[in-house]
Write a protein that binds this ligand. Structure first.
Ligand code: PLP
Length: 439
């Protein structure tokens, strides 16, 4: 009997044997195409020798050094590299061990920034209903996913939620895309005014929504208006790029495609590409200097921040993304995947919507395509499709849940950037089988 406490206590999962390129293998010798990169993590695929060698080399020098005593060359180099790639207003990098920690740090930094300025009344975050920002308590509170929050609801910090920018479900028939973008963004203004701008810390959003909806990009103009509102009312804009950042949508940061810069941005998954647990929170010079010239101490920290081995792995990942033009490759292969998904599924009676950017693509599975009627929660199909896909030798990431009374079944695809044309056929072939068998 196993003594591991698995997250899904009723699941009986196979044991991984090894990984190579775009495939993972279990102990029974079964091969799986890693069509979701785990959860949008494995951008370089598995068994990358350069990253493995960088980890080994770092272990041979100093595996770990506590940041109270020492900084490290990989952390310094990685920070410089990331700042060179980040939106222009971003100046500092705070390394953590994953996405939830990155978001938790961002929320606390935002609060401390105002506290340093004497604006201690500010206590509200505004986020969006269909969103996921992590599982630590403050990150969980900003996420809008009701079923994830339910057991912990008495422990949530003060957060209110507005509608996401979700064209497929939320745009009215008589609205143009730009009218819709404006209406959705203006919900933020209404909420700020309701709470009182002087009480609000920040607006938190994923530029491309991942784990709740399966790769929903914003409508053009939405984030420009969001940025304008944040500036007008003096609140911070925190963009959560834990899932959609690090090239996944075809640009290093997803926000580049919106033509705006955040005050704080979080990254994780693709940053370590699965080789080491690492995340980061990046902020503007203004925020950093407010702390530096104030208390001089960020009131937050974890034992493994700036872990040298994690930073060494990540530095090689980022160098490879840049030197091998893998982000550009992600954009090109993403277009091919999009075309293949559309030609395979756009007439499928149960595929309501195909969406995404780069190699970050989502399918919404519905009971009736014409009316967009979803399956009822009792008949939810996303997990059945995931299981059928595994039987067929494909990992795809299932998501579901009821928000605003509408159930959703979503499938996320986020394959490694190194895939080739034949792999695109493999994804669509296996996903077709999984959808037929899973419904
Ligand atoms: N933020 C976003 C947008 C995510 O998608 C996730 C994880 O899926 C997180 C935060 C939490 O990251 P982690 O699971 O590494 O703690």
């Amino acid at each position: 009997m196993s003594h591991v406490f698995p997250r899904h206590t009723k699941a009986n999962l196979p044991t991984v044997s090894h990984g190579e390129g775009v495939y993972l293998y279990d102990k029974n010798g079964k091969q799986y195409f890693d069509g979701s990169g785990g959860a949008a993590v494995s951008c370089l695929g598995h068994g990358d020798r350069d990253v493995i060698d960088a980890i080994k080399a770092q272990l041979d020098t100093a595996a770990y050094a506590h940041t109270s005593f020492l900084t490290s060359q990989p952390a310094e180099e990685l920070a410089d590299k990331l700042i060179g790639l980040a939106p222009p207003n971003i100046d500092r990098v705070y390394f953590v061990s994953g996405g939830s920690e990155a978001v938790e740090s961002a929320l606390k930094l935002a609060r401390q920034y105002f506290w340093e300025k004497g604006e201690t009344k500010r206590k509200y975050f505004i986020a969006r209903r269909q969103s996921y920002h992590g599982n630590t308590l403050a990150a969980l509170a900003t996420g809008g996913n009701e079923w994830r929050r339910a057991p912990f609801s008495p422990l949530m910090i003060e957060t209110s939620h507005i509608a996401p920018c979700f064209d497929y479900r939320e745009r009215k028939d008589d609205e143009t895309l730009s009218e819709y973008a404006l209406r959705a963004a203006n919900e933020l203004e209404t909420e700020i005014l309701r709470l009182g701008a002087e009480n609000v810390i920040a607006f938190v959003a994923e530029p491309v929504v991942g784990a709740t909806l399966g790769a929903v990009p914003p409508v053009e103009g939405y984030f420009k208006r969001i940025r304008e509102i944040c500036d007008q009312y003096g609140i911070l804009l925190i963009l959560d790029e834990v899932m959609c950042g690090m090239g996944r949508t075809g640009t290093m940061f997803a926000s580049e495609q919106e033509g705006i810069g955040p005050d704080i941005v979080t990254i994780a998954k693709g940053l370590g590409a699965g080789y080491q647990p690492i995340g980061a929170m990046l902020c503007t010079a203004e925020i950093y200097s407010t702390i530096e010239n104030g208390s001089g101490f960020f009131q937050h920290g974890h034992t493994y921040i700036g872990h040298p081995t994690a930073c060494a792995a990540s530095l090689t990942v980022v160098n490879k993304l840049v030197d091998h033009q893998l982000v550009e490759r992600c954009a090109q292969m993403g277009e091919k995947l999009n075309t293949a998904l559309r030609s395979t599924f756009s007439q499928h009676p149960h595929v309501g919507n195909i969406r995404g950017r780069g190699l970050f693509r989502g399918l919404e599975i519905v009971e009736d395509r014409e009316s967009k009627r979803p399956f009822s929660p009792e008949r939810a199909v996303h997990k059945k499709i995931k299981n059928a896909a595994m039987d067929a030798g494909l990992f795809c990431y299932p998501m579901g849940g009821t928000v605003d009374g509408v159930h959703g079944d979503h499938i996320l695809l986020a394959p490694p950037f190194i895939l080739d044309d034949s792999h695109i056929d493999e994804i669509t072939d296996k996903l077709s089988i999984a959808i037929e068998r899973g419904l």
